[in-house]
Design a protein around this ligand. Structure first.
Ligand code: DUC
Ligand code: ZN
Ligand code: ZN
Ligand code: ZN
Length: 460
């Protein structure tokens, strides 16, 4: 099996040049000019951007949450990801409090095994760190290839760990070469505000937003940075949304610490005005909530300053019927928003096309940094000889409109309905096979492989 991609403009996190790519089997074999190696299939990419496959390191597929399951299965979610140029996702396993990490891994495997179309990996969310869990960390890192451990500083009683457990977990993870990631919001403050608003009869989606003010995120982000600094364990803040939280990270850099920061596409593009309507605002009920325009500006600047390292999605879709579970009480609206399919095109159109970030930066935050930070580089996240042939071919001029009727995610609305984008993904290659060609998926479920990840250095 071989594939030749001719005359494309190749963009990596560092390079920008026109060349041909020859792919043999699953790997990139040769990059050069005027290649005339006989190939099973040839794609003419003249005038196109040729980039590494996107990596979305924050998705929740078929996840049990708030009394229901997120609506994309491993099959529909990973297929939608490929349509949008994301060739690999990292999903979250949730430990059940009182139970082992291994039991959770088995449960997640029972849903995902054989069902993915794109490649995938897992983060292991530790929700109960104790003497028994502690013994499992080394096995996950060294044998399962799961080297990142997610924590929650909110959702008390279900997911949250306290600072005592956080410190102990970070010490253990550091010992074995892993990374701790965090949902950094102050759970007690939020629980208080949710209860207060409910008691006052303030029950619309707007109060979801007003129950998680910026300070709840800024405080927890600073606290996490401190514990990470004290333990020396590499730390990564997921879905950072606001100026206050980014300033806590900025402050940490003054002692020469780097905490990795992920934001999500919605926090760059949407703002809290969407909650100032009736129940329709439930489409954007997610945690943390959307913020203000000034926060969007901070995040774009943070990308260019190297403080924000990754743009993910926190894809956690719920159908409208599921959102209606909270029609009389914002605290019962399943939290999450669908974006797995649109991250790459939205970030290109609104970021690169509109001049906010460079093409190299685009590839860095959407493809390369996720691979580097999470122990998969250079197998994933770049275009280089011997790397996996995960490639996106994007037409930079083509325009298209986002609409729920045309997307591939298993959800009956779009958070970006009617958005007109410039730049469209034409072809996606996953490990040497054409996965998407002009809107058609050519791979079956089961093609997607579980990627065992390596230890992490905490540096990029
Ligand atoms: N936030 C969400 O919006 N959904 C899933 C989990 C989370 O932290
Ligand atoms: Zn979260
Ligand atoms: Zn999440
Ligand atoms: Zn599209």
């Amino acid at each position: 099996m071989s594939l030749l991609i001719k005359n494309g403009r190749i963009i990596t996190a560092a390079d920008d040049y026109v060349a041909d790519i020859f792919i043999e089997g699953e790997k990139i074999a040769v990059i050069g000019n005027n290649l005339s190696i006989p190939a099973g299939e040839t794609i003419d990419a003249e005038g196109m951007l040729v980039m590494p496959g996107g990596i979305d390191p924050h998705v929740h597929l078929e996840m049990p949450f708030m009394g229901t399951f997120s609506s994309d299965s491993y099959e529909t979610g990973t297929r939608a990801a490929l349509h949008g140029g994301t060739t690999m996702v990292i999903d979250f396993i949730l430990q059940k409090q009182g139970s082992s990490l291994k039991a959770a891994l088995d449960e997640w495997r029972s849903r995902s095994n054989g069902n993915c179309v794109s490649d995938y990996s897992f983060h292991m969310a530790v929700t109960d760190f104790n003497d028994a869990t502690k013994q499992e960390i080394k096995t996950f890192i060294e044998h399962e290839g799961i080297t990142s451990f997610k924590t929650f500083m909110a959702y008390k009683g279900a997911l949250m760990i306290d600072d005592r457990q956080m410190t102990a977990l970070m010490q253990e993870v550091k010992k074995h070469g892993g990374m701790v990631t965090v949902h950094a919001t102050n759970g007690d403050m939020i629980d208080y505000l949710v209860a207060k608003h409910r008691a006052e009869g303030k029950l619309s989606p707007l109060y979801h937003y007003l129950s998680q003010p910026e300070v709840t995120e800024a405080e927890a982000s600073g606290r996490f940075a401190d514990i990470s600094n004290y333990t020396g364990c590499p730390g990564y803040i997921v879905h950072l949304t606001c100026e206050g939280a980014l300033n806590a990270v900025r402050q940490a850099t003054r002692r020469n610490q780097h905490v990795f920061v992920e934001t999500c596409i919605q926090y760059l593009l949407l703002d809290a005005a969407l909650y100032e309507q009736d129940f329709d605002g439930a489409k954007w009920v997610m945690s943390p909530p959307l913020r203000e325009k000034k926060d969007q500006a901070t995040l774009w600047a943070g990308i260019n300053q190297g403080l924000v390292n990754v743009v993910a999605t926190d894809h956690c879709p719920f159908k409208w019927e599921q959102k209606l579970m909270g029609k009389d009480d914002f605290s019962k609206i399943p939290n999450g928003h669908p974006a797995i399919e649109h991250r790459m095109e939205l970030l290109y159109s609104e970021g690169v096309h509109k001049g906010k970030i460079t093409l190299n930066k685009y590839v860095e935050v959407a493809c390369t940094n996720p691979a580097k930070i999470f122990g998969m580089f250079p197998r994933k996240g770049t275009i280089a000889v011997n790397s996996d042939a995960d490639i996106v071919i994007l037409d930079p001029q083509a325009k298209h409109t986002i609409t729920a009727g045309a997307h591939h995610m298993n959800v009956d609305y779009s958070a970006y309905e009617g958005w007109e984008l410039t730049g469209k993904i034409k072809t996606v290659v996953l490990r040497g096979k054409v996965a998407i060609n002009n809107g058609e998926c050519l791979l079956d479920k089961g093609y997607g492989q579980f990627v065992k990840r390596g230890k992490v250095s905490g540096k990029i």
